[in-house]
Design a protein around this ligand. Structure first.
Ligand code: NAP
Length: 266
């Protein structure tokens, strides 16, 4: 059999086994916490995993991600600060020929420790720093919007077409948490509404848009290790991957609970 025919047969066989074109996922904020674990679990599944971080790839804070990349050549680390539209567009252009099946907006303006996060939650209206408000929106809300805009063409050309944004109960109207966290809570409410509107506008293209809401609380910080009633990151992210697998167009635009997979009210 001529060599070209042999290659064609091999391609068909690999395609039939699902091996020809690996699925691709892109995740933001993947050097620690939930994002790091998302990168780890998709890389272990064999997906092409574009693990984006706001830091340079050789930053000490990306050591754990580099260790995963060393074990999984299908994981690529890319520098992408979600507040920097040029950087986002550069990565989108670099992967312009790669359909991206799942895009996950995970990055959040949170601090590296729970204590530092709680100090910000406790800031009252009189002390509110609007530069910090703007920064929180830049990361949590506008960051997800920028990434959605830049990677919609990659999603549209993919097999699964799933855009995920990790939200928080703090942003809910129906399930208000009773005060605090002005900046964080309102930035999450903003991104919720944006994604709900986006879901309607891209439904006819087959793109599924969901907000995924974590358990309260996921133990992502070193000082949460001994806190009672927290969920280990690996368990939460295993559920998150199942929820993404289960995403369908008939539930597009909804908030989905990560631990239960159920639709939650806004
Ligand atoms: N943990 C929970 O219990 C919980 C509950 C509800 C919702 N969530 C949501 O789940 C998501 C992940 O939470 P987490 O606890 O894993 O957070 P985390 O541990 O604080 O990690 C946040 C990640 O976002 C990155 N990031 C910050 N600013 C960025 C920027 N401008 N561009 C790109 N990346 C940036 C951080 O990078 P650096 O290391 O460089 O700062 C870090 O990798 C967030 O959206 C959060 O709101 C978490």
């Amino acid at each position: 059999m001529p060599i070209v025919h042999r290659i064609a047969v091999l391609t068909l066989l690999l395609g039939a086994c699902g091996l020809a074109a690996a699925e691709t996922v892109l995740v933001t904020g993947s050097n620690r916490g939930i994002g790091l674990e998302i990168a780890r679990q998709y890389a272990a599944r064999g997906w092409l995993t574009i693990a984006t971080i706001r830091r340079a790839a050789d930053d000490p804070e990306a050591a754990e991600l580099r260790a995963i990349a060393a074990q999984h050549p299908n994981l690529r680390i890319e520098q992408m600060d979600v507040t920097d539209l040029n950087q986002i567009r550069r990565i989108a252009d670099k992967y312009r020929d790669t359909p991206v099946d799942v895009v996950i907006n995970n990055a959040s303006s949170n601090q590296p420790t729970m204590a530092a996060d709680m100090a910000k939650v406790g800031v009252g209206i009189a002390e509110l720093d609007f530069d910090d408000t703007l920064w929180t929106y830049q990361v949590n809300a506008f960051g997800a919007m920028r990434v959605a805009q830049a990677f919609l063409p990659h999603l549209e050309r993919s097999k699964h077409k799933k855009l995920v944004t990790i939200t928080s109960m703090a942003g809910s109207f129906a399930r208000a948490m009773g005060g605090g966290a002005f900046n964080y809570a309102s930035s999450k409410a903003a991104v919720n509404k944006f994604m709900e509107v986006l879901a309607v506008s891209v439904k006819e293209k087959g793109v599924i848009v969901n907000l995924l809401e974590p358990s309260y609380l996921v133990a992502t910080k070193p000082d949460m290790k001994d806190m009672p009633n927290t969920v280990p990151v690996a368990i939460e992210v295993a559920n998150l991957l199942k929820d993404i697998d289960a995403m369908t167009l008939d539930r597009t635009g909804k908030i989905i609970s990560i631990p239960t997979g159920e639709v939650l009210p806004f």
